[in-house]
Design a protein around this ligand. Structure first.
Ligand SMILES: [Zn+2]
Ligand SMILES: [Zn+2]
Length: 248
């Protein structure tokens, strides 16, 4: 895909020449019409901004809190790929190591892992999906609202969009797709919900669809699979103001 000199702001959809300069250095063009709109999504975009993070897409390593939570819930069951497994089972499928090494393995996911990128991505996804499900279960059990952090929602979107199917060799467009998802998640998890922001949220969803429409010109099968997954994810959020007109 060639990069246009002008494109739609990822937040509001307005045509602009302005792009994130540090992402441009990483070889990916992400357009924001203004510093204000870049700031609106910065709490998530900063995790994926610039060389080493933006392109190829790299998931942030585990925070100390995530490490602690993962070790504490190793033997709780969560559901991934429609199977019920403990986090320990899931990690042992990735790592060929004895069970008692798992806490150290989880700790190692908070610093440079030395793993091939696809393994690192799978391991991080495993831990974050598990945290996401455990949080959901607690919500059912004690009724206390504990909204998932952006990274867990984004990981869940990765799974829903079947991106793991590209595991060993993701086509280059997947990076642009993930950035658009991250903008959507940033707007979804923003601090306020003004009318304006709801409008931006809807625009960010339309932006994902528009992007997949261009992907479909060269990779119709991949685009269809991912779009179907994204659509189903949104249906789960149907009580929220996320339905773009005419697409759902
Ligand atoms: Zn804008
Ligand atoms: Zn950036």
């Amino acid at each position: 895909m060639t990069t246009p000199a002008v494109a739609e702001c990822l937040v509001c959809g307005k045509e602009t020449k302005n792009r994130c300069s540090s992402c441009a250095k990483a070889g990916i063009d992400l357009f924001f019409c203004s510093p204000e709109h870049q700031k609106l999504v910065w709490h998530v975009h900063r995790l994926f901004c610039g060389p080493g993070k933006a392109n190829p897409w790299r998931w942030p390593l585990l925070s100390p809190d995530e490490v602690q939570a993962a070790i504490a819930t190793l033997d709780l069951v969560s559901v991934t790929h429609s199977e019920s497994k403990t986090l320990a089972d899931q990690l042992l499928r990735i790592y060929n190591e004895p069970r008692e090494r798992l806490p150290d393995i989880i700790r190692s996911l908070s610093g440079p892992t030395g793993l091939p990128l696809d393994y690192e991505t799978s391991a991080l996804a495993c831990v974050r999906m598990h945290a996401h499900f455990v949080r959901g279960n607690n919500l059912k059990n004690d009724g206390i609202l504990k909204p998932s952090p952006p990274l867990e929602i984004l990981t869940s979107l990765r799974l829903s969009s079947f991106l793991y199917c590209f595991r060993d060799d993701p086509p280059p467009w997947v990076t642009g797709y993930l950035h658009r998802l991250s903008i959507f998640v940033a707007l979804l998890t923003g601090k306020t919900y003004s009318d304006e922001q709801v409008k931006y949220l809807v625009n960010s969803i339309d932006g994902v669809y528009r992007y997949l429409d261009t992907v479909a010109e060269t990779d119709p099968e991949g685009a269809r699979m991912v779009e179907g997954g994204f659509r189903r994810f949104l249906e789960k959020f149907s009580s929220r103001p996320t339905a773009p007109s005419g697409r759902m």
